[in-house]
Design a protein around this ligand. Structure first.
Ligand code: CDP
Ligand code: CDP
Length: 228
C-alpha cells in the first residue's frame, strides 16, 4: 500500500487505540498493525538476554538482528514471545527506555514502512509516532487521549492481576518517557483529529472515527492526502 491510504492512530496507553483500530479494520477492510508490538519484542528479547537498557550499542545490534536481517513477517511473528508475555509488567516497564534509543526507532520505523508497503490494501497502524514520524503524509490521523486515571481504570479492567496504583504509576511514567524523549516523542500531529475519550463510550469513539474516515476518504474514492 502507499502512504496515501494509511490511517494513523496515536496516543498514550489505554486511550483505546487497539480496540478502535480493530473495529475500523473490520468495517473498512483495512490491514492492521499494532506497532507497539515491535518495541515490545525488542524489550522482551533484551530482558531474555540480560542486556542492560543503557547498553545502547548492544540494543541496536539486537534490533539489527531481529528487525533488519529478518524482515517484517519473521520479526512480527516472533513465536518465542507470546502476546501475554509481551504485555508482562517487566516488559511494559522496559519498553519506553528501549524505544527512546534513536537507532531502535530507525530500525522499527523502517520495519513498519516495509510492512505497509507489502500490504495489498489500505492500512490502519497504531502507535505513538505514526502520524508524526513514520507516515507524516498519512491522509487520516487520529490522536486518542483520556485522563491517566481513566486509562489506568481501563487497563485494570482489561488485564487480570493488575493493581490500580501500580498501573497508574506505570502509565504516568510511560506518558512522561514517551512525551519527553528527543526522538519522535508522543505528540499529536498538527493535522490529527484529536478525541478526548475520557467521558465517551468505546462505541461513541468508534462512531466518530468511522464518520471522520468516511468523510476524509470520500464516497467510493481512494483516500487522498490531507492538506498539511
Ligand atoms: O498498549 P499500550 O499503549 O500500553 O502499549 P504499546 O502500544 O504496546 O506501546 C508500548 C510502548 O512502546 C510505548 O509506551 C512506547 O514507549 C513504545 N512505542 C513507541 O515508542 N512508538 C510506537 N509507535 C509504538 C510504541
Ligand atoms: O490500545 P490502547 O492501549 O490505546 O487501548 P485499548 O487496549 O484499545 O483500550 C483500553 C480499554 O479501554 C479497552 O478495554 C476498551 O474497551 C476500553 N475503553 C476505551 O478504550 N475507550 C473508551 N471510550 C471506553 C473504554
Amino acid at each position: 500500500t502507499t502512504t496515501e491510504t494509511i490511517v494513523a492512530v496515536d496516543g498514550p496507553a489505554a486511550a483505546g487505540k487497539t480496540t478502535t483500530s480493530r473495529v475500523l479494520m473490520a468495517i473498512f477492510g483495512l490491514r492492521y498493525l499494532e506497532s507497539g508490538r515491535i518495541y515490545r519484542i525488542i524489550a522482551a528479547e533484551a530482558l531474555r538476554r540480560n542486556l542492560p537498557p543503557d547498553d545502547i550499542a548492544a540494543i541496536e545490534a539486537l534490533c539489527e538482528e531481529l528487525l533488519s536481517e529478518t524482515g517484517p513477517n519473521t520479526a512480527l511473528a516472533s513465536p518465542r514471545h507470546t502476546p501475554d508475555s509481551l504485555r508482562s509488567p517487566a516488559v511494559t516497564g522496559l519498553v519506553p527506555g528501549v524505544a527512546r534509543i534513536p537507532g531502535v526507532r530507525t530500525h522499527a520505523t523502517a520495519l513498519i514502512r516495509q510492512w505497509a508497503a507489502d500490504q495489498a490494501a489500505p492500512c490502519i497502524i497504531e502507535g505513538r509516532d505514526i502520524g508524526t514520524a513514520v507516515f507524516p503524509a498519512a491522509p487520516v490521523k487520529f490522536y486518542l487521549n483520556a485522563t491517566p486515571e481513566v486509562r489506568a481504570e481501563r487497563r485494570v479492567g482489561q488485564e487480570s492481576g493488575l493493581s490500580y496504583p501500580a498501573v497508574l504509576q506505570d502509565i504516568l511514567r510511560r506518558d512522561y518517557q514517551d512525551t519527553t524523549r528527543a526522538s519522535a516523542p508522543l505528540i499529536p500531529a498538527r493535522d490529527a483529529i484529536e478525541i478526548d475519550t475520557t467521558d465517551l463510550t468505546i462505541q461513541q469513539v468508534i462512531h466518530r472515527m468511522a464518520t471522520a474516515y468516511r468523510a476524509r476518504r470520500g464516497k467510493d474514492k481512494p483516500i487522498r492526502p490531507a492538506r498539511a
